[in-house]
Design a protein around this ligand. Structure first.
Ligand code: ATP
Length: 235
């Protein structure tokens, strides 16, 4: 479903992503782990087609900048970007129109209820708290029922109810066969659902781990992460 082939991204002299290659098969939940500044947001933005980079990225077999790939992808960026002059409800209607969704009302209402935004539907983008913006950004990405959804630090800033609902959403996405890639520092929050973990460090992919391999070794992902990245933050 997602193939990242030899992708590099430089900011000036800094190699934010250094020849990254990894794949996430259909229906898998992948997690991207790495200390601050490891290059997680950079590869997410590249996957979403928002950056220029070297290498190749395909989604569902299509190069990521094609309309087919874009239609298959849902992206929740690290920092939500809402339109100040659109209400919560108008954001979702706008996405529905852009993606030419039909019969989306029921799904929209269910998302608004799930993330406790139903009573905020007439609030404008610039009237929302950071957590509300994050929840709306998640709802926008889920509305299109994407084949692949990538979420950059989605749990940051959410209240306990929203964290619980988002974790439940991950489980449902996995059960329905959606491919999911999540970057997070909260390893315990995704520990039950991940299949593959990618450890990034200073722009390089240090390891690709599978849940079944770690279970066989009897090692927790957290311990493995620290073993591989000892030294902590690079900034
Ligand atoms: P965090 O966990 O703190 O969100 P990250 O793993 O998402 O970090 P990135 O945001 O991808 O890391 O940043 C990777 C490196 O690229 C960092 O050293 C960062 O300072 C640098 N960087 C990111 N964006 C830019 C930019 N627009 N211009 C220059 N350098 C950048």
């Amino acid at each position: 479903m997602l193939e990242v082939k030899d992708v590099s991204k430089k900011y000036g002299k800094l190699m934010a992503n250094n020849h990254l290659s990894f794949t996430l098969e259909d229906g898998m939940v992948g997690i991207l782990l790495g200390p601050n500044g490891a290059g997680k947001s950079t590869i997410f933005k590249s996957i979403a087609g928002l950056l220029r980079y070297e290498g190749e990225i395909t989604i569902a077999g299509y190069v990521n900048k094609t309309s087919e790939a874009r239609a298959a992808l849902g992206f929740v960026p690290e920092i939500p970007a809402m339109y100040p002059n659109l209400t919560v409800e108008e954001h979702l209607d706008f996405i529905a129109r852009a993606y030419r969704l039909k019969d989306y009302e029921e799904r929209k209402e269910a998302l608004l209820r799930r993330f406790e935004l139903d009573d905020k539907r007439r609030k404008f983008g610039d009237e929302l708290s950071k957590g509300m913006q994050q929840k709306l950004s998640i709802c926008c990405a889920l509305l299109t029922d994407p084949k692949l959804i990538i979420l950059d630090e989605p749990l940051v800033g959410l209240d306990p109810h929203a964290i619980k609902e988002l974790k439940k959403t991950f489980e449902e996405l996995k059960a329905q066969g959606t491919t999911v890639l999540i970057s997070t520092h909260m390893i315990e929050s995704v520990d039950m659902i991940w299949d593959k973990a990618f450890i990034l460090y200073r722009g390089e992919l240090l390891a690709t781990l599978t849940k079944s391999d770690l279970d066989r070794e009897g090692v927790s992902l957290e311990d493995k992460f620290f073993e591989l990245t000892e030294g902590g933050s690079e900034e």
